[in-house]
Design a protein around this ligand. Structure first.
Ligand code: NAD
Length: 482
């Protein structure tokens, strides 16, 4: 295990070495609004050095082979596991997550290293193999991949990119969100000797670093998770060098609850789907559609669940919902509350945000049957406020669920599996859960439809997003041209 004093000193990791910077930055603890630890800000020269180191490391890493790379991932997993408690403690302070959820994030990060550490190799596809000709399609690594990450699950979302990107033979440079730079920088520091220098690097930077990565001619791919607005900018700037992009973006997922469910079982789970991580989950249930026949008892059961949760700063004992992660998001969430208040919507639970001088805690709110066109229904609050609405027939609810420019996730709840599957197949989104709230898993592919993304990651299919096809035509009996 790492010495705990060193654990809270942070460096960019470039070519296997921890590097200080001429400028430093401090994140903000969402539970106190106080500054966290110093972290260097990468300069343009740091990015150039990291790209050069990755380019130099790439040929050797690509030749290391699947099993060799998996053994390095296993080593990284071991190191993270040894440091799991310190890492969870760090996430509590950097993200404002209660310890049980910070520990869960570390566990899910271990699960990614485990999954990609064991997954079967990507075999070439043999298109044709006869007496004259063999055509094989291989999946070869792209080169240098920049992983640009968001703040809501800083460690696990970066780990998904790192583990798949490295396994396929690429060199990865991770860029955490400036709101949450610490966990991924620390992970990269801890595991730097598990990989050859230049294979895995991490740079924390200011707002200019992401755009510089997108334009850098030495980077072949941007793997991005974040907002749709930023995703569009990334695609535009990556187009200048025709970089590959995978964009995992925002969403406004609908949860459709059929009239045959057991309200007392389902309502608490739906509440989790909306409010887990204080609503800061990309695939969270951001719009709830409950059949009119069970609407009132369902709403009551959901309120009872939410009422029973302790809301507060991350270190409050037994806390269920911690603060919103940063001030920018706190202000976004506030707008959703004020809009509903101004428009006269009914709050079935919660209401006004109580101003907090020393944290970003927002008490959860449920808005009772607001109109379809209201901001709380059409927008992505990415915070603890959710609209709940009634529906009457399947066709109508599917139309309303799909009435959005995004298509990330969704959930369907019914005892009638055929009905649930029928509805699930009608939702224009990349991942649908039946009879569960949204629980993304490493082995399951994740991709957004419509403006929720381009391409996808995770699962075996996700490996392909880090590869480029190379087709070999092998003529077995070359003809002699006279
Ligand atoms: P964001 O788009 O503001 O920032 C994400 C990252 O992009 C950060 O590292 C940021 O520094 C960087 N960035 C910002 N501008 C850039 C630019 N012009 N060029 C390159 N990089 C740039 O997103 P966020 O606020 O960190 O995350 C919240 C959003 O992410 C929500 O919309 C949420 O739904 C979405 N999200 C999606 C998924 C998914 O898997 N689809 C997962 C988590 C979060």
């Amino acid at each position: 295990m790492s010495n705990s004093t060193d654990f809270f000193r942070f460096h960019n990791v470039i070519n296997g070495v921890c590097r200080e910077g001429t400028q430093t930055y401090q994140g903000v603890n969402p539970s106190t609004r106080k500054p966290l630890w110093d972290i260097p800000v990468a300069a343009a020269a740091d990015l150039d050095d990291a790209v050069s180191a990755a380019q130099a490391a790439f040929p050797g890493w690509a030749k290391t082979g699947w099993a060799g790379r998996q053994s390095r991932l296993a080593e990284a997993r071991k190191i993270l596991h040894e440091n799991r408690e310190l890492m969870a403690g760090l996430i509590v302070e950097e993200c404002g997550k209660p310890i049980q959820f910070a520990s869960l994030e570390v566990q899910h990060s271990l699960d990614f290293l485990d999954f990609y550490g064991k997954v079967r190799p990507l075999e070439p596809r043999i298109v044709q193999d006869d007496a004259d000709l063999k055509i094989s399609v291989y999946h070869v690594p792209l080169g240098v991949v920049a992983a640009i990450c968001p703040w809501n699950f800083p460690l696990v979302l970066a780990m998904a990119k790192i583990s798949a990107g490295l396994l396929t033979g690429n060199c990865v440079i991770t860029k955490p969100s400036p709101f949450t730079p610490y966990s991924i920088i620390k992970f990269t520091e801890l595991v730097r000797d598990a990989f050859p220098a230049g294979v895995l690097q991490a740079l924390h930077g200011d707002d200019t670093l992401g755009p510089k990565m997108c334009e850098h001619p030495g980077i072949q791919k941007i793997s991005f998770t974040g907002s749709t607005t930023t995703g569009k900018k990334i695609m535009a700037s990556a187009s200048k060098t025709l970089k590959r992009v995978t964009l995992e973006l925002g969403g406004n997922s609908a949860s459709i609850i059929c009239p045959d469910v057991d309200v007392n079982i389902v309502a608490p789970q739906v509440a989790m789907g909306s409010f887990f991580n204080s609503g800061q989950l990309c695939v969270a249930s951001k719009r709830l559609f409950v059949h009119k026949d069970i609407y009132r008892p369902f709403l009551e059961a959901m309120i009872n669940t939410v009422k029973s949760w302790k809301v507060g700063t991350a270190n409050t004992e037994d806390v269920m919902l911690g603060p919103v992660q940063n001030e920018m998001q706190y202000n976004v969430v506030k707008q959703f509350f004020s809009d509903s208040l101004e428009k006269g919507h009914t709050f079935a639970f919660g209401g006004e945000i109580e101003p907090q001088a020393d944290n970003f805690v927002v008490k959860p709110a449920i808005v009772d049957n607001p109109p379809d066109e209201s901001l709380v229904v059409t927008g992505e609050a990415f915070g603890p406020i959710v609209p709940i609405q009634t529906w009457e027939n399947e066709e109508e609810v599917i139309k309303r669920a799909n009435n959005t420019e995004t298509g990330l996730g969704g959930a369907v709840w019914s005892r009638d599996v055929a009905r649930a599957e029928r509805i699930a197949h009608s939702i224009e989104a990349g991942t649908i859960w039946i009879n569960s709230f949204e629980k993304p898993l490493p082995q399951a592919h994740l991709a957004g439809h419509k403006q929720s993304g381009i391409g996808g990651e995770w699962g075996e299919e996700g490996l392909l997003s880090y590869c480029i096809p190379r087709t070999i035509h092998y003529y077995k009996n070359p003809v002699v041209i006279e």
